[in-house]
Design a binder for this molecule. Structure first.
Ligand code: ATP
Length: 347
């Protein structure tokens, strides 16, 4: 299970009550969706072709770290198809009966969104195979030798699955998706657009340098960009005249302990443990997680993807290794060979 990292300001996971705010800021059409050019173009083709043929599109799998816009894209798929969307999640589908009820309520062309689909229980997953392939479910009635299976037709629908761990999906489930969109971290200029768009919606006055600064420290993640914008807005309203400039953004982000690269406390704890306790690695993720007091999945799914992308951590067959930039970011001199020597503080 993915837990909540220690530092909430920079967590890519949604905070309590944040979903409502996210709804206001969610792009509702593909044309409004910033970044992810590859996934957007591919999805556009899948949807347009289905529209022209008058059939529901292939099932869609969206994969990538939290907060990159998978839920937003699922909603956009429904909007672009002029279809209704039903939303559920893997952990909510504990029994096959839960899924059967959901499937049998779908109308033709509906979109069914299953978040965290890798966490779906086995019996429900097996039911999903048939539903995805033949738009049919087999409902088992009774128990033991007298149990009978009754086939039930369901309306043709499109499944959109989201996962932070496509590797954890079973082969048969993965094979049933006609399209997989791999979501990538956003570039700074894309997050800059996200920040400016959100500022406009929330009626926040922000200049170009202010929004660029927030974007740069948002760990490639729109959810974090939107959250930092709100925190900087609070600071701007309370301490200055409400306008967000470079100086205001910097001062506000310092208050919230957001570092130059946007690393949060958990990221820094992981790097620090790696360097101080394990001499830079290699060390297994389970050991590293214990050292920072987190679940291995949190370290693996929430923290590591960005550290890898930022060039600070490498995943090797022997374990996690801190790169030279990680040592430098902590103000330490990297060892001449990564497996040598302990930390040396700069003067
Ligand atoms: N491309 C984008 N353009 C503008 N805003 C975006 C974009 N992607 C995401 N956002 C914003 O980021 C927030 C989080 O997005 P979303 O909930 O879709 O992410 P997610 O990948 O589904 O995350 P999780 O899996 O943790 O729910 C939303 O409020 C949305 O406004």
């Amino acid at each position: 299970m993915t837990g909540q990292p220690a530092d909430e300001t920079l967590s890519a996971l949604p905070q309590l009550g944040e979903r409502e705010m996210e709804t206001t800021l969610r792009p509702s059409r593909l044309s409004e969706f910033i970044g992810q050019p590859r996934v957007r173009e591919q999805l556009e083709l899948v949807l347009e072709s289905a529209r022209r043929r008058g059939v529901p599109p292939d099932h869609v799998l969206l994969s990538g770290p939290p907060g990159l816009g998978k839920t937003s894209l699922a909603m956009i798929v429904a909007a672009e198809l002029d279809a209704s969307i039903r939303i559920t999640s893997g952990p909510a589908l504990e029994r096959a009966g839960d899924l059967a009820a959901m499937l049998s309520n779908l109308a033709e062309g509906d979109v069914l969104f299953i978040d965290e689909i890798h966490r779906i229980a086995r019996p429900a997953e097996e039911m999903l195979y048939l539903a995805m392939e033949d738009f049919r479910v087999d409902v088992v009635v009774g128990k033991g030798p007298g149990a009978t299976s009754i086939p039930l037709e369901i309306a043709p629908f499109t499944l959109v699955g989201a996962t932070t761990r496509s590797g954890a999906l079973t082969g048969p489930l993965r094979d049933r998706f006609g399209f997989t969109g791999q979501m990538e971290f956003y570039a700074d200029h894309e997050l800059d657009q996200v920040v400016r768009r959100s500022a406009k919606i929330l009626d926040i006055e922000i200049d170009a340098e202010g929004s660029a600064e927030i974007a740069r420290r948002s760990r490639g993640t729109p959810r974090i960009a939107n959250r930092l914008l709100r925190r900087v807005r609070d600071y701007a309203e309370v301490r200055v005249d409400g306008r967000v400039t470079l100086e205001v953004a910097r001062a506000a982000l310092a208050v919230y302990d957001v570092d130059e690269l946007g690393l949060d406390r958990l990221d820094r704890a992981v790097l620090s443990a790696l360097v101080h306790s394990f001499g830079g690695g290699p060390v297994g993720v389970a050991t590293l997680a214990v050292a920072v007091g987190e679940e291995p999945t949190t370290v693996e799914e929430v923290c590591e993807p960005y550290l890898v992308r930022a060039g600070m951590l490498a995943r090797t067959p022997r374990g996690r290794v801190a790169t030279a930039s990680a040592w430098e970011h902590l103000g330490l001199r990297p060892p001449s060979r990564p497996d040598q020597a302990g930390p040396t503080l700069f003067d």
